[in-house]
Design a protein around this ligand. Sequence first.
Ligand SMILES: [Zn+2]
Length: 232
Amino acid sequence: MNLSELFNDFITLIYPRYCPACMDGLVKGEEILCSRCILELPRTNFHLSRENAVFNRLYGRLPIHSGAAFLHFHKQGTVQNLLHEFKYNNRPEIGRILGNVYGEDLEKSGFSAHFDHILPVPLHPSKLKKRGYNQSEEFAKGLGERLQKPVETQVLQRAKPTETQTRKSRLKRWQNVEDVFLVSEPEKVAGKKLLLVDDVITTGATLEACGQALLEAGCTQLCVAGIAYAAE
Ligand SMILES: [Zn+2]
């Protein structure tokens, strides 16, 4: 054992590292997530069949090529612990590792062949300021790292709804039209096959709004993926 290893063991003794999903202590060689959680987290495996819950949730609303989500989200479960730590405890590295692990699943199944670029759903600027990072972007970067695909973080932007859009939203209350998205660099979207990445997929309203903007800007094939999927 060299000095730096000794030092690391000493640090671990004072500040025990724990797995943000199961809250068990991490052992030597484990980084961020424990090995059991990497194996046993409740994967949806949606990427293995095209007609899955994410695809169906967006069906008729957003013409996607395929959709998927890494984990099943249940209130009061390991995934909730994990996402809570990730979003509210200043731990952007959790998103990177989740993206790495999921990227491997997507590669093995061939799902990753359906897109060339990855775009995260942008976070509301006030939330970004408070949190310091966009959780969807960290996850997207983890995916991009594993899949060797570029992650575009500036292309899709949140904008304030204009007067006209606000009026429209009164007619379309079923849509979450508080969120308006703009494509700031259409040349990075036109003619491209894209993967749009969100954190927890619930109603799909955010994906729908972002996806419409991307398709209008000329994206030729759109896939979506979430860190987790919540059944309604
Ligand atoms: Zn664990």
